[in-house]
Design a protein around this ligand. Structure first.
Ligand SMILES: [Zn+2]
Length: 365
C-alpha cells in the first residue's frame, strides 16, 4: 500500500462493494470485532479494500488493516501491541475465516514478514521495500480466499477487554479455558491488572531462571509491574532491546522461559553475623592465619568482598582468618560508610555487613 487512504468514512474500508462477497463479509466482521475491543478500537481501523494497482487488492480478496492514526507513521508501543494481538487472533482463526496470508512487520523492522504463502503456518522475512507502508510497518495486509466467510459464532468474539460498543459482553476475551497449560497463551494473557493462569506460570519460570528478586510476593495470576520488570530483565539478558525487551512476553520469550535455565541460578550466599563477630574478636590473637571453628567460610566471603572494595590485599583475602589485616580492612569499610570512633572498630555490625553483602552478592543471617 503506497497511497494515502481517505479516513473520512467511519468504516474506512475503501470500495467494499467491489470486494468479493465472502471477503467483504469478513471485512465487516473484523471491523465489528475491532469496535468491540477496548484494546483494538482506539488504534486499529480498516483501510484499503478493493483498489487497482495491486493484484491482490484488485482481486477483491485483500484488506489493509491500518494500525496507526496516520498511514506512513511508525506505530507506538500501544499500537503495535494491539496489532500483534489482532494478528495472533487472525492466525488463530485463519482457516475458519479463509485467510490465505498475512503481511506485517511484527517487530517493526524495515522489512515485511509474510505468513502463510510458501510455508503454511510460518512467518518469513522478505527483503526491505524501502518505506514504512511498503515494509508493512503501519498496516496488516490480509489476503483471503474467494470462499472466505465470517461465521455468526464470531459475532460476539472479543479480542482483549470488551470496549464500550459491547457493554453486555464479559470482559475476559482471553480463551483461557482453551489454554493447554504450557504453550504460549497469546499476548492477550499479559495485560496489566488482568488475570490468567499463564501469568502464574510466567512468574514461576522467571523465578526458575533467576529473576525472582523482582517479586516482593510470589508470582500470581494477575499480570503486574513485577511481571513486567522480571520479563524485561529476562529479555535484556537475551541480548534484546527496544520493543523486543518491553516486558511483555511474546512467543520467543515464552519459548526460552519454558526451556531449562541455561545455567542454574547461583545459590545465594549467606553469612552469619554472630560467626563473623566471634572470628573478628578471636582470630587476631591466634597465630598467623588461625581461624575460628565454623567461621572460616563466612570470613572468606567477607574477605573477598573487602578485596573487591580495594580494602584488603589479595595476600590475606582467602585465608578464612579474621586476623588483624582483615579487622583493619573492615574498619576502613565502616569508615567509608561514615562510621567513626567505636562504630568503626573493625568488628562487623549488621548494617555495614548488609551493605557489603548488597554490593557483593551475599545476605546476612
Ligand atoms: Zn495491502
Amino acid at each position: 500500500m503506497s497511497r494515502t487512504v481517505a479516513v473520512t468514512d467511519p468504516f474506512r474500508a475503501t470500495a467494499l462493494s467491489r470486494m468479493k462477497p465472502g471477503p467483504a463479509r469478513v471485512v465487516q466482521g473484523l471491523h465489528a470485532l475491532i469496535r468491540r475491543s477496548a484494546l483494538l478500537a482506539p488504534h486499529i481501523w480498516m483501510g484499503s479494500g478493493y483498489r487497482t494497482g495491486s493484484s491482490e487488492h484488485q482481486s477483491g480478496c485483500a484488506i489493509d488493516i491500518i494500525i496507526v492514526e496516520e498511514v506512513g507513521r511508525r506505530p507506538s508501543v500501544e499500537e503495535r501491541r494491539a496489532a500483534l494481538a489482532l494478528v495472533d487472533w487472525l492466525i488463530a482463526h485463519a482457516s475458519q475465516l479463509g485467510i490465505r496470508s498475512i503481511i506485517f512487520s511484527r517487530d517493526g523492522k524495515d522489512r515485511p514478514e509474510i505468513w502463510g504463502y510458501s510455508a503454511p503456518g510460518q512467518w518469513r522475512a522478505f527483503p526491505p521495500r524501502g518505506s514504512v507502508s511498503g515494509d508493512h510497518i503501519d498496516h496488516i495486509h490480509v489476503l483471503m480466499r474467494e470462499s472466505a466467510s465470517w461465521p455468526a459464532s464470531l459475532d460476539t468474539a472479543v479480542v482483549g477487554p470488551a470496549g464500550p460498543q459491547s457493554p453486555g459482553l464479559p470482559s475476559t476475551g482471553v480463551a483461557e479455558p482453551d489454554w493447554d497449560g504450557k504453550s504460549f497463551p497469546g499476548r492477550l494473557a499479559f495485560q496489566l491488572g488482568r488475570r490468567h493462569a499463564a501469568v502464574t506460570l510466567l512468574g514461576q519460570r522467571l523465578v526458575a531462571h533467576g529473576y525472582g528478586s523482582h517479586y516482593k510476593v510470589g508470582p500470581g495470576p494477575e499480570f503486574g509491574p513485577a511481571d513486567v520488570a522480571a520479563t524485561k530483565a529476562f529479555q535484556r539478558a537475551q541480548g534484546w532491546s527496544g520493543p523486543d525487551a518491553d516486558g511483555y512476553p511474546g512467543p520467543e520469550t515464552w519459548r526460552r522461559l519454558m526451556a531449562a535455565p541455561s545455567k542454574p541460578a547461583k545459590p545465594a550466599k549467606v553469612v552469619s553475623l554472630a560467626q563473623l563477630v566471634a572470628a573478628a574478636k578471636r582470630d587476631p590473637a591466634r597465630p598467623q592465619g588461625g581461624t575460628t571453628a565454623g567461621s572460616a567460610d563466612d570470613v572468606r566471603i567477607v574477605e573477598a568482598a573487602l578485596m573487591k572494595e580495594g580494602l584488603l590485599s589479595a595476600k590475606w583475602a582467602s585465608d578464612g582468618s579474621f586476623g588483624s589485616s582483615t579487622v583493619a580492612a573492615y574498619r576502613r569499610w565502616q569508615e567509608r560508610l561514615g562510621y567513626r570512633g567505636r562504630d568503626a572498630d573493625g568488628i562487623p555490625g549488621r548494617a555495614s555487613l548488609v551493605e557489603l553483602g548488597r554490593r557483593h552478592g551475599f545476605t546476612v543471617a
